[in-house]
Design a protein around this ligand. Structure first.
Ligand SMILES: [Zn+2]
Length: 249
């Protein structure tokens, strides 16, 4: 118990009592942490900027049994473009909700932290929110031990080279044509979509802006990842419904 400093991104905030907020933070070394920020809804609070959802801030916290208390907070990056664009905000909120739902409390994973910050930057500065979300999804799954198998059949181990391959969200990747019946929910998948998934897993993020993905592959990948995540996360991701709405407009 005691004071500690952490860099963190605010995943979510809720009003609490008269003037407080409850925060869900994703910290660099301690992972997901719940904290209370007292008095921050008063107009004069100096912490207001740093504790907004999706801010990247330096925190000083006092460790409690289940809830830590924010004692200082200085914003590092406010991600202003994210807040001013409905589409960017919807995707960034989705990333935060996915991360919150997939990780346990107080289990640090610096690579997950850095991935999250990197993809927030891609959404903030770029115009490919959807592909950035796919990048986050496949890599987050990989870092948490659920890397989707794109090459060898998850049942018999034979290389499929994408030919006639099926995809089983439940079993964690491709099935060859001979094994596809082991999962009646498996769906056919194109070699192109598997190649994009593999690229997103391996590529240097610096060249993300140059990655070309045909719309039908992006569509197929989106559906695969959605069911892949559903198989590994119990709760429903509310921000996905909102993304669906704005995609239709
Ligand atoms: Zn097989």
């Amino acid at each position: 118990m005691g004071l500690y400093r952490e860099e963190a991104v605010v995943l979510r905030t809720r009003d609490y009592a008269e003037a407080d907020k409850l925060l869900t933070l994703y910290t660099r070394t301690r992972g997901k942490v719940q904290a209370i920020a007292k008095g921050v809804r008063k107009p004069k609070s100096r912490m207001r900027g740093g504790i907004q959802a999706l801010s990247f801030s330096d925190f000083q916290l006092f460790e409690g049994r289940s809830l830590d208390t924010v004692t200082q907070c200085e914003v590092r990056e406010a991600f202003m473009a994210l807040r001013q664009d409905l589409k960017k905000l919807a995707y960034a909120t989705y990333l935060a909700e996915l991360l919150e739902g997939m990780v346990p409390e107080r289990e640090g994973n610096e690579r997950v932290f850095l991935l999250f910050l990197t993809v927030l930057h891609l959404v903030e500065h770029g115009d490919r929110e959807e592909l950035a979300a796919r990048l986050f999804e496949v890599r987050l799954m990989g870092l948490l031990g659920y890397r989707p198998e794109t090459g060898a059949c998850v049942h018999c181990g034979k290389a499929t080279y994408g030919r006639g391959a099926w995809f089983s969200a439940r079993l964690g990747g491709v099935l060859c044509p001979q094994c596809r019946m082991v999962d009646s929910w498996a769906v056919p998948v194109t070699a192109g979509t598997l190649a994009v998934m593999e690229q997103l897993l391996r590529m240097d993020v610096k060249i993300f802006s140059r990655l070309q993905v045909a719309p039908q592959l992006a569509e197929e990948l989106g559906e695969l990842m959605r069911s892949y995540i559903q198989c590994r996360m119990e709760r429903h991701i509310r921000s996905l419904d909102f993304i669906e709405q704005i995609r239709r407009v």
